[in-house]
Design a protein around this ligand. Structure first.
Ligand code: B12
Ligand code: SF4
Ligand code: SF4
Length: 380
């Protein structure tokens, strides 16, 4: 290892990065093929930011032409918490979103690390700092430098530390010797994650069909959640951790050193569904979830999810607020999902509202009502 790389790694570890590697900027040809095939199969669902510029993702130098090396980093976000219980009242938040928004938190420390590198290099450098949501196969870049290996659940895993970590990169115009891929380590014959997925989202090992993944459905998806998948969401209000929770590599996860990812720093592990469903304006929503990843699906997306989870966990305390959403909410997405939830929690009240919803101004609500009416005729 060169003295410069050793100093970079030391500085990164001081700043709280759990693993640091140096990756080459060369195109990742096998990953390119896998990525193109994945998009063509429709597995990217409607995430246009993935399918819009497919020529970039596996080619770091197309993304940042002046880049000569990539510093690839892992940030442990594993925070301790009691076992989740829904108590007919709470929805569950995926672990990565318990604390503050990692985009902002991690980026700040990447910038510090880049400034340090500039001092070490003894000249002005060009450095671009990325965390998620960038047209780059972050896992493939990290894997190429031995930061982890691909699990069958498609997450990047580390043999000793599991998969509860974010990935981040600094693309620099400084030439650094690249690390090698880690020693051969793999899932072997294990297939727990593939079996445990509540919505059968794995088309095969290493291939996730986002259209069925709860993480996609509750966070990235802007529209309705398909009726056939709603029960499969179970208690998951935001994201999903099932395929990581069952993974044997996660048995020995160590606690994060970043206070920003502790449960009390942000929205936490669970949310009161009645409280979420009572958020009646975008301003209230933004104030409640400021600086956390839960802002991503906006009020309309989070309340859509909350309505489904309320029905799934039999949260009868939510009936009054669901009635209010169905009758007064300006968002058709919320009105339609609240109606679906009411039909499960309070059939007599829902019956009357379905008649009304058949004449709703919005087609989404009318369709939901018509499909519920058809269900009702089966139940009667
Ligand atoms: C789009 C996206 C999603 C989508 C699609 C997920 C997916 N599997 O692609 C959705 C919304 C579903 C999602 C969910 C989650 N995401 Co996400 N997501 C992304 C994003 C923005 C792009 C991923 C991408 O390019 N996918 C395209 C496909 C083709 O890539 P891939 O699945 O990695 O496929 C590779 C391998 O399968 C491999 N491969 C193919 N065949 C084979 C065969 C063998 C034998 C092997 C070894 C490999 C292999 O080649 C492919 C190309 O490299 C990245 C950030 C980024 N820019 O990379 C974060 C990222 C992947 N997500 C992340 C996280 C934390 C999550 C969630 C855990 C959040 C949650 N708890 O709800 C879940 C996990 C779900 C899961 N099982 O993957 C982290 C993952 C960190 C880690 N340790 O791996 C990332 C890296 C963000 C970050 N910077 O930290 N995500
Ligand atoms: S995040 Fe949940 S829904 Fe998505 S693949 Fe993993 S277990 Fe399945
Ligand atoms: S659960 Fe098993 S198959 Fe899935 S990622 Fe973990 S080790 Fe691999």
């Amino acid at each position: 290892m060169s003295a410069l790389v050793a100093s970079i790694k030391e500085a990164a570890q001081r700043l709280g990065f759990a693993v640091v590697g140096i990756a080459s900027v060369a195109s990742l040809l096998d990953d390119d093929q896998a990525f193109q095939a994945w998009c063509e199969a429709g597995f990217a669902a409607d995430m246009n930011y993935l399918t819009r510029r497919t020529a970039l993702h596996a080619h770091p130098q197309r993304l940042v032409p002046q880049a000569a090396s990539i510093i690839t980093l892992a940030v442990n976000y594993y925070a301790p918490a009691p076992t989740f219980q829904h108590e007919n009242r709470y929805g569950r938040v995926a672990r990565y979103a318990w604390g503050l928004d990692y985009h902002d938190v991690v980026k700040a420390r990447l910038i510090e690390l880049a400034a340090h590198l500039e001092k070490l290099a003894g000249r002005k450098i060009q450095a671009r700092c990325f965390v998620d949501a960038v047209p780059l196969l972050e896992r493939a870049v990290a894997a190429s430098a031995g930061v982890g290996f691909f699990g069958k659940n498609t997450n990047l895993l580390q043999g000793q530390k599991g998969s509860w970590f974010f990935l981040a990169e600094i693309l620099v115009d400084v030439e650094l010797p690249a690390d090698r891929r880690a020693l051969k380590i793999s899932c072997g014959t294990c297939h727990r994650c593939l079996d445990a997925c509540p919505t059968q989202a794995f088309a095969a090992a290493y291939q996730l069909d986002s259209r069925r993944c709860i993480s996609y459905l509750t966070i990235e998806n802007k529209g309705a959640i398909p009726v056939a998948l709603r029960e499969g969401l179970g208690e998951w209000l935001f994201g999903c951790d099932v395929c990581q929770e069952v993974c044997p590599f996660n048995r020995f996860s160590a606690e994060t050193a970043w206070p920003e990812f502790q449960v009390q720093a942000g929205a936490g592990q669970r949310l009161d569904l009645v409280e979420v469903l009572a958020l009646s304006s975008d301003e209230e929503f933004r104030a409640r979830f400021q600086a956390t990843p839960l802002r991503r699906p906006k009020r309309r997306g989070l309340l859509r999810n909350a309505a489904i989870v309320a029905a799934n966990v039999e949260c009868t305390a939510a009936v009054p607020v669901l009635l209010e959403r169905v009758t007064t909410d300006a968002e058709p997405l919320i009105r339609s999902h609240a109606l679906w939830a009411l039909a499960r929690l309070d059939r007599p009240q829902a019956r009357a509202l379905i008649e009304r919803a058949l004449k709703d101004a919005d087609a989404l609500v009318r369709e939901e009502a018509a499909s519920l009416l058809a269900d009702f005729s089966h139940w009667l």
